[in-house]
Design a binder for this molecule. Structure first.
Ligand code: ZN
Length: 505
């Protein structure tokens, strides 16, 4: 009997593996679309991707997958839920059941709506015309309500949507962590606003030749541990990182001559994602044991390298002399004591993607709170712009004068990504918690960073996070790696430790 079960398991796994081959081709086409595809190729590309998406969907809802899973359920191979077979079957079953719960008609309606809503969003942004986007947003949230009802949820419909990005995490848990953090952050932001110290960011806006930025960024990405024998760095309008093969990790950035930080920190950010991807077991590529556990954990890896390492004092004590030499016409007379505050300038702003380390999460809290009330219907979409302005006033003390700088700035809702935003803030919190634990375990990370020794930190992350894939849920992974549940304490502590001296608080 058990040998037949083993065979069933292998059939299931091999079937999933072939589906992964198809979706990796889709990823590669997506990368090409963003980095090199000529505009006239778009139509045929859409045909290629649509065919692939159909094939992938058909394979993953194949009734024989359901039969295999039913045979394996409750058997000896799933007895230990975190064993190789247990974790694999558990995740494949969960994905399969999810696909079954959502009727095809709803999937198609959502796909169609998201294409049209994104087009409407682009137009509405161009004309600062929220009213023209409003019906699409209403439709999107209506479909999301239906989706949540189909999927089911433990406490609130938002749970079902959040679960797609941050599995096994409840809305109420996130709310609790965020509201504890919010008060501390708001306090810190207002203390910084009252400080007389004003970093000089103009020194970052001199002429930094893009080709020199590219060479320098690539070199540093390699030094922190991104493996260029198994990856690439290219240019795209919006930086991203994808992995269309077990040994093929592709990240992108964009260069602006008069903004040193934009490309450099985005390279560190994407390299953080890439190092995570490269640390997942390649033999399980695309399968549960070889896949990222959640978006929040993924973002923790990018934020850790971008902010906790890359915007840290120790890192620049090591790297600044080299940076000065590389861009000597800009920086030869600039001391580290001026450069370091400039890359850490805090200022409440309207645009999430440009926000600094301290204010960033406030942008997320606003979206997290608003999308819950939009989903429940408590906030009519028509009232969203006003509610948005009010929250920005309350949390950040700034108010957009147009919807372009307000509610129309993010693509997420138009693309049907509801429940996605909180993973950014969770990533920041996890990052600080991991960093603090690595620091304790390694007996001080700073002294290593000061010497340019990134290996111990990277290995700690690999051992405690990367290598596990989805074996443990994100919440359990945090607990195992840090010895405590997810909390905002390490994050607020690290902000205070950094920004109090910077702003003389
Ligand atoms: Zn990211």
């Amino acid at each position: 009997m058990s040998s037949t079960l083993q065979e069933t398991y292998e059939a299931l796994r091999d079937h999933a593996r072939e589906t992964v081959v198809l979706s990796s081709v889709e990823d590669l086409l997506g990368w090409d679309e963003q980095t090199g595809m000529p505009p006239e190729a778009a139509e045929y590309r859409a045909e290629q991707v649509t065919l692939l998406a159909g094939m992938i969907h058909q394979r993953s809802t194949d009734p024989k997958v359901g039969q295999w899973l039913a045979r394996l359920a409750d058997g000896p191979l799933v007895e230990n839920p975190v064993s190789d077979t247990g974790a694999t079957i558990r995740h494949l079953n969960r994905d399969y059941q999810k696909q079954l719960k959502i009727p095809r008609s709803l999937v198609e309606e959502q796909t169609r709506t998201s294409v049209l809503a994104q087009q409407a969003w682009v137009k509405a942004r161009g004309n600062d015309d929220f009213a023209s986007f409003q019906p699409w947003l209403e439709k999107t949230f209506e479909l999301k309500r239906q989706e949540a009802e189909c999927l089911g949820y433990p406490e609130t419909p938002y749970d079902a949507l959040l679960d797609q990005f941050e599995p096994d995490t409840l809305t109420s848990t996130v709310s609790r962590i965020f509201s504890a953090l919010r008060e501390d952050v708001v306090q810190l932001v207002s203390a910084i606003a009252e400080s007389r110290r004003k970093p000089n960011v103009e020194l970052l806006e001199q002429s930094y030749p893009p080709e020199v930025q590219a060479k320098f960024g690539r070199e540093i990405a390699a030094r922190i541990g991104f493996d260029f024998k198994r990856g690439r760095l290219d240019v795209s309008a919006h930086p991203f990182c994808s992995r269309p093969g077990p040994h093929d990790c592709r990240m992108t950035t964009r260069y602006q001559e008069h903004d040193f930080g934009d490309a450099f920190f985005s390279i560190l950010h994407e390299a953080g994602h890439g190092i995570y991807e490269q640390g997942l077991p390649p033999e399980h590529y695309g399968l549960p044991l070889g896949d990222a556990v959640s978006l929040g954990i993924h973002e923790s890896q990018s934020r850790l390298w971008e902010n906790l390492v890359g915007r840290g004092r120790a890192f620049w004590e090591y790297l600044y002399p080299e940076l000065q030499q590389t861009f000597s016409s800009c920086l030869k007379d600039v001391v580290l004591d001026d450069f370091y505050p400039a890359i850490n300038k805090v200022r409440p702003s309207l645009i999430r993607t440009e926000a600094d380390e301290v204010t960033y999460n406030l942008h997320i809290f606003i979206r997290f709170e608003l999308e819950q009330t939009l989903l429940s219907g408590e906030l009519p979409v028509a009232d969203l712009p006003a509610a948005w302005r009010e929250k920005y006033r309350d949390y950040l003390g700034v108010e957009p004068s147009s919807n372009v700088d307000g509610v129309l700035q993010d693509i997420h809702w138009s693309a049907g990504l509801v429940g996605y935003f909180p993973t950014y803030a969770l990533g920041n919190l996890y990052a600080a918690q991991f960093f603090a634990s690595a620091d304790a375990a390694l007996g001080g990370v700073s002294s290593r960073l000061r010497r340019g020794d990134f290996t111990p930190l990277r290995e700690w992350l690999r051992e405690n996070i990367h290598q596990h894939g989805q074996r443990y849920a994100a919440v359990d992974l945090v607990q195992r790696a840090t010895g405590q549940p997810a909390t905002h304490q390490p994050f607020i502590k690290s902000l205070q430790a950094k920004f109090a001296p910077l702003y003389g608080l």
